[in-house]
Design a protein around this ligand. Structure first.
Ligand code: PEP
Ligand code: MN
Length: 348
């Protein structure tokens, strides 16, 4: 298969939605639509016309005027259009301008009152609805919003994983916490799950990593932010890919995922990688406290090895392990190793 054909094939196989974070001008929208329609196999363009900003005073979107520009792009380039809605009035305007898909943004999903109002305003429409995860890592709140939408719309409701605002140290703008979309996937395997690597990554150079990971997790599609002139974007400038970067990203993903074999194994390994990361970070935290204990013992003329404490600690860990069905010999070996490292650090 030729590179370009492969690129087309990949875009269809995994649904890919792309477009700018915000609609900034008619020219920007038409340029993006032309690129998608002529150079890629993407059939849905995303673009926000109402932008929820953390602080007032920034660019908050062109609103209804921008819907008219999206309508033109749809008519000229035959693309399906997706935009964010946060109120029933937004839904009404989207229906008026022939928008095909609406998404509920992360800041809205966290508010069940608002989600219900939007769901009520969707009754009888055939809009496709995407529900982004809420900012807090609460799978029930996310699933609740999906369920509210499901009772109102006939078309499929799609979940979109865009990461979570947490204090966990992470290189990403929003922590992916893959276990949360995984929980939704386990409970509702028939609900399509897309990933928005742009908002998770927060930086163009990390988008590939997150997108690849989403495919390893067997997600059903991607929503990616692209912009004809990202440096001058009015919102989310650091994470929007140029057209060339987007083409490169898709062809790299196509290469990496050419062989779909052993996908369940890849998915399980991806979860193991996350858990190992957590174990290492917990071990590092533990050893930092151990260093402080070492200083305390030195200042108070105490020996590093305190046999009574070690005996009690091991007994408690074995009891806990037993409750989780863990093998006792394994735990003795593991905690002996951890304890030896703790002693070594206190003695040096
Ligand atoms: C967006 O998609 O541009 C957006 C604002 O998304 P989120 O609600 O995920 O922050
Ligand atoms: Mn954005």
């Amino acid at each position: 298969m030729q590179r370009y054909e492969f690129f087309l094939y990949f875009c269809r196989m995994k649904s890919i939605i792309a477009g700018p974070c915000s609609v900034e001008s008619e020219e920007q929208v038409l340029k993006t639509a032309e690129f998608l329609a002529t150079k890629t196999a993407v059939t849905t363009m995303r673009a926000g016309v109402w932008k929820p900003r953390s602080r007032p005073g920034g660019f908050e979107g062109h609103g209804e005027k921008a819907l008219q520009w999206l309508k033109s792009a749809k008519e000229i380039y035959k693309l399906s259009i997706a935009t964010e809605v946060a109120t029933p009035e937004h839904v009404e305007l989207c229906l008026k301008y022939g928008i095909d898909t609406v998404w509920i943004g992360a800041r809205t999903t966290g508010n069940p009152f608002l989600v219900q109002k939007i769901a009520d305003s969707l009754v009888g429409s055939n809009l496709m609805v995407m529900v982004k995860n809420p900012l807090i890592p609460d799978w029930a709140l996310w699933l609740g919003a999906i369920e509210r939408m499901e009772t109102s719309v006939i078309a499929n409701v799609i979940a979109v994983h865009r990461g979570f605002g947490t204090s966990r140290h992470s290189q990403f703008r929003n922590s992916p916490m893959w276990e949360i979309p995984n929980e939704i996937k386990t409970r509702r395997p028939e609900v399509p799950m897309y990933c928005d690597p742009s908002h998770i990554a927060g930086r163009t150079d990390l988008v590939f990593l997150v997108a690849q990971r989403a495919l390893d997790m067997a997600m059903d599609g991607l929503m990616i932010e692209i912009h004809p002139d990202a440096k001058h974007a009015l919102t989310d400038g650091f994470q929007q890919l140029s057209f060339e970067e987007f083409e490169h990203l898709i062809s790299e993903l196509a290469k990496e995922n050419a062989c779909d074999e052993h996908r369940p194994l890849k998915r399980m390994r991806a979860i193991i990688d996350d858990l190992d990361e957590e174990i290492i970070s917990a071990l590092a935290k533990r050893l930092k406290i151990v260093d402080e204990i070492g200083d305390y013992k030195r200042q108070n003329d105490m020996l590093a090895l305190q046999p009574e404490r070690w005996k009690k600690l091991l007994k408690k860990r074995l009891e806990l392990g037993k409750r989780h069905d863990l093998n006792e010999d394994f735990l003795v070996g593991l905690w002996t190793a951890i304890h030896s490292e703790s002693l070594r650090r206190q003695e040096t």
